[in-house]
Design a protein around this ligand. Structure first.
Ligand code: FES
Length: 251
């Protein structure tokens, strides 16, 4: 972050409260998220901010409140400020990330064990789960991975947004979020059954079934393309499994 001023729309009726950003006190409207309060205080985001919608994991924040021993965490873009909170953002936490040729993998648990041997340093303290701002059961997916259950590790870690806070609290120094990501990749590529209809469609495309239609589309001007698109037959919202378009020439 830098300290250039930034214009921000603020509810002028909001009450100002003190918060501490990296140890310095600022008075900010109590209705703001941490992210907006940081900008209100005069900082400009260069890193540590991405989607502003709670999905990219770039704005992990740790804070304490007076009189509490507890470390609290939140996403700066989702968490509303509270009086006297002492906070700092952790947009990145260094964690070992294995390098691998994904196409050369086969979706076996032994591959994960070889890439991330530190998996077995987990002592099941559950600090990772407690710190997760997405309420992912981190220790549980690590336990699943230790058992060799890639599919279960992928399922439990599905809501992970890769903020890295789990790794920041791990006494076994695991990079949990990278391990979960590898499990999801392996599940998607190797363990999920391939859709038969997709295989058929890919084979049709490769056999050139749509080549003529694509050439015609490429030769169509913008206005006609727009008309084709807006005039297309759309699947009704309530369509059942057996719905099919009247024009079946491309099925
Ligand atoms: S900016 Fe993406 S999660 Fe907060």
């Amino acid at each position: 972050m830098s300290t250039e001023t930034k214009e921000l729309e603020v509810n002028t009726a909001a009450k100002l409260i003190p918060i501490y950003i990296m140890g310095k006190q600022y008075m900010v409207p109590d209705s703001l998220t941490i992210m907006k309060a940081i900008e209100y205080a005069g900082y400009k985001y260069i890193r540590g901010c991405g989607c502003r919608g709670g999905v990219c994991g770039a704005c992990a924040t740790v804070y304490r409140k007076p009189g509490e021993y507890k470390i609290r965490v939140g996403l700066a873009c989702q968490t509303v400020v509270e009086p006297e909170m002492y906070l700092t953002q952790m947009p990145f936490y260094p964690a070992n990330r294995a390098t691998y040729d994904f196409a050369a993998l086969e979706g076996k648990s032994e591959e994960v064990f070889a890439l991330y041997p530190e998996l077995f340093r987990c002592v099941a303290c559950n600090a990772c789960t407690k710190v997760c701002p997405m309420d992912v059961q981190v220790m549980d997916y690590i336990a699943a991975m230790k058992r060799g259950d890639i599919a279960e590790a992928a399922r439990i870690s599905f809501d992970c947004i890769q903020c890295g806070l789990c790794a920041s609290r791990c006494m076994g120094e695991l990079p949990q979020y990278h391990i979960g990501q590898l499990a999801r990749r392996l599940k998607g590529a190797y363990l999920t059954p391939k859709a038969e209809h997709l295989k058929t469609m890919v084979a049709n495309i490769e056999a050139g079934r749509f080549a003529k239609a694509l050439e015609e589309l490429k030769a169509t001007d913008g206005e006609a393309l727009r008309n084709l698109y807006t005039g297309r037959e759309m699947e009704p919202a309530t369509a059942g499994e057996d719905w099919a378009p009247k024009d079946s020439q491309f099925l």
